[in-house]
Design a protein around this ligand. Structure first.
Ligand code: DC
Length: 229
């Protein structure tokens, strides 16, 4: 069983997907982390970011695992490293390369076989899992997304970018995600679009759970208190 969760950066996909998967007792697949891991592997192995076939070979045999909320590549925890600006920048040509997207689609389908998964990305409902029984596309206003990102960064030490700077780079990323020739970010025709401005994480998760229940995808999702310490 598969629930897809797509949408632009900062719409709340990751926290929603993680929480939803925990409530359902399903696996969580972070496909953005997979593209980021290919970029990291390429830099580590000296594969040029212009070598699309070389990148696709890396993607096709990516030794990636999601373990207890962490991402491992070849058994090494890469969760923090793949979120650095260096890797974010290197991920763009990786995600734009059609042969990489083809290899990724196959890998993602293989990983989701025989298990229940909440998968998160840009093209999960539109390209990778077109028959998923529930597809959600999360959106939020650009300003709200930039404010959220700024709030996350304010909780970390060091001087980070301003809301205006975040908004500018976010606009560029959105444009890149929407305009890539293969695997462009878009809501599948049968996706349910949820606008998350003004909603709490728990409210968004509840809405999706309600949809999942309505489609008979779950009868035993945990209540909020059951999976908290
Ligand atoms: O969601 P994220 O910021 O971790 O994604 C990293 C990059 O990968 C971003 O440039 C969008 C791209 N991506 C993609 O093209 N397709 C996906 N299914 C997931 C992410």
């Amino acid at each position: 069983m598969i629930i897809t969760l797509d949408g632009p950066a900062g719409a709340g996909k990751s926290s929603t997907a993680r929480r939803l998967a925990a409530r359902l007792g399903w696996c969580y697949m972070d496909t953005g982390a997979m593209y980021r891991a290919v970029a990291l592997a390429a830099l580590n192995k000296g594969v040029p970011l212009t070598d699309q076939e070389g990148l696709a070979t890396l993607a096709g045999s990516l030794p990636i695992r999601f373990v207890d909320g962490r991402v491992e590549l070849d058994g090494i925890d890469i969760s923090t490293e793949i979120r650095t600006d260096r890797i974010t920048t290197a991920t763009r040509p990786v995600a734009d390369a059609p042969p990489v997207r083809q290899a990724m689609k196959q890998l993602q389908r293989n990983m989701a076989q025989q298990i229940n998964v909440v998968t998160e990305g840009r093209d999960q409902g539109s390209v990778v899992f077109p028959s998923a029984p529930l597809k959600v596309f999360l959106v939020a206003s650009p300003e709200e997304r930039a404010r959220r990102r700024h709030g996350e960064q304010a909780s970390r030490p060091g001087v980070g970018p301003t809301v205006a700077e975040i908004l500018e780079s976010q606009t560029q990323r959105d444009e890149g995600d929407r305009s890539r020739p293969v695997g462009a970010m878009r809501a599948a025709d049968d996706a349910v679009v949820i606008e998350t401005d003004g909603l709490t994480l728990e409210q968004v998760v509840e809405q999706i759970l309600e949809l999942a229940r309505g489609r008979g995808l779950t009868s035993a999702a945990k209540t909020p208190s059951q999976d908290r310490p």
